[in-house]
Structures are given as structure tokens and as C-alpha cells.
Design a protein around this ligand. Structure first.
Ligand code: AMP
Length: 193
């Protein structure tokens, strides 16, 4: 099973992705986690990405596409994968379309977790407090920037898949279990958009 999970920062993508990983025996490909690992290891990509991530901007498309092209070719993706945090721009989505087509791979679902933007700032800053600010980019200024970047650059990605008629939208308000049930239902149903 190959899935894409879309949604703004704080929508609960990471939590839902982990659950789908266990349920379907697939791997979670979180580009944010990959970049944080690269930053911690001090690789050339990590060194380039650090300042960009700290200010809440997006790492350039060519870097991200190269990372994903390499990652979805590894053997552990044989049973499938769930993309969490990619694609983040329409250019990334178009590059992914081409990449999957070249490799003869189809997507089984593109799910957007829809959450009212008004509550996201508080959710993310609440998460930062709980985890003691474990993420360097969970500061007030950066969160505002990440939400602006989402609206400007990533929201159009959902439109890209909506136009193709393959997008499933689920309400992201409610408990983790409630949202999980909606995602499962959406994966069994037809498309919404
Ligand atoms: P995330 O953990 O998905 O919220 O990602 C954390 C940060 O990593 C983002 O704010 C971006 O700076 C960067 N990042 C993650 N995924 C991407 C992507 N697909 N394209 C560009 N930048 C990304």
C-alpha cells in the first residue's frame, strides 16, 4: 500500500502515519525526520537545511526530490510506504507523479487531514511545551512562518490531487482514534474530490 498523508503542521500527520505503518506493515517516510537526522549527523544536506528549517522555510525542491527518489527505491519499501511531509509544493508533487510513473508504482490513497488553522498554532506550541521544546522549529515565530508557508505553498498540493480526482479529505478534529477511523473509512471508500 502506498499512501500520501497531507495536512498542515500540527494536524497529527505523524501520529496517524505511525498507526498506518503498524496496521499495513509499510514504512513511514517523513522528510522532516530525514532532514532532522541529516542535521544531527552534520551531512552536507543537513548543513544546508538547518538554517532553512530553523526559520520555518522549505528546503529547495531539487534537494527533497533527490532524497525521496533515493528513499523509495530502497528494499524496505517493497510492501509500501506512507509519505509524511512530502510533497510540500506542487513542483514536488509533479516530480513525484513522474517518479512513480517511471517506476511503475501507483498510489493507493492521498489523504488530507483537514484542520481549522486557528487552532494549529496553539496545538503545536502545546506540543512543544509537553516535549520540552524537543523540536528546534517549534517556537512561536517559526510556527507562524510554517503555517504561512503551508497556506502559500503546500495547500495547492491538495488542489493538485483534487483536480486529478484522487484526494480523500478527512476531518482532523477529534481524538486520535476518531481521526484514525475516518482515515480508514476514506481508504475503503471512493474519492471525495
Ligand atoms: P516537518 O517535520 O514535516 O514539519 O518538517 C520540518 C521542516 O523540514 C519543515 O518546516 C521544512 O523546513 C523541512 N521539510 C520537511 N519536508 C519538506 C519538504 N517536502 N520540502 C521542503 N522542506 C521540507
Amino acid at each position: 500500500m502506498r499512501l500520501i498523508l497531507l495536512g498542515p503542521p500540527g494536524a497529527g500527520k505523524g501520529t496517524q502515519a505511525q498507526r498506518l505503518v503498524e496496521k499495513h506493515g509499510i514504512v513511514q517516510l517523513s522528510t522532516g525526520d530525514m532532514l532532522r537526522t541529516a542535521v544531527a549527523a552534520g551531512t552536507p544536506v543537513g548543513q544546508r537545511a538547518k538554517a532553512i528549517m530553523d526559520r520555518g522555510d522549505l528546503v529547495p525542491d531539487d534537494v527533497m526530490i533527490e532524497i525521496i527518489a533515493e528513499r523509495i527505491g530502497r528494499p524496505d519499501t517493497a510492501r509500501g510506504f506512507i509519505l509524511d511531509g512530502f510533497p510540500r509544493t506542487v513542483d514536488q508533487a509533479e516530480a513525484l507523479d513522474r517518479l512513480l510513473e517511471e517506476r511503475g508504482l501507483a498510489l493507493d490513497g492521498i489523504v488530507e487531514i483537514v484542520v481549522d488553522h486557528g487552532i494549529l498554532r496553539d496545538r503545536i506550541l502545546g506540543r512543544a511545551k509537553e516535549t520540552g521544546g524537543a523540536r528546534a522549529d517549534d517556537t512561536e515565530a517559526t510556527v507562524t512562518k510554517r503555517l504561512d508557508v503551508y497556506r502559500a505553498q503546500t495547500a495547492p498540493v491538495a488542489d493538485h490531487y483534487g483536480r486529478a480526482g484522487v484526494l480523500k479529505q478527512v476531518d482532523g478534529m477529534g481524538t486520535v482514534e476518531e481521526v484514525a477511523a475516518r482515515i480508514d473509512d476514506s481508504l475503503h471508500a471512493g474519492t471525495d474530490a
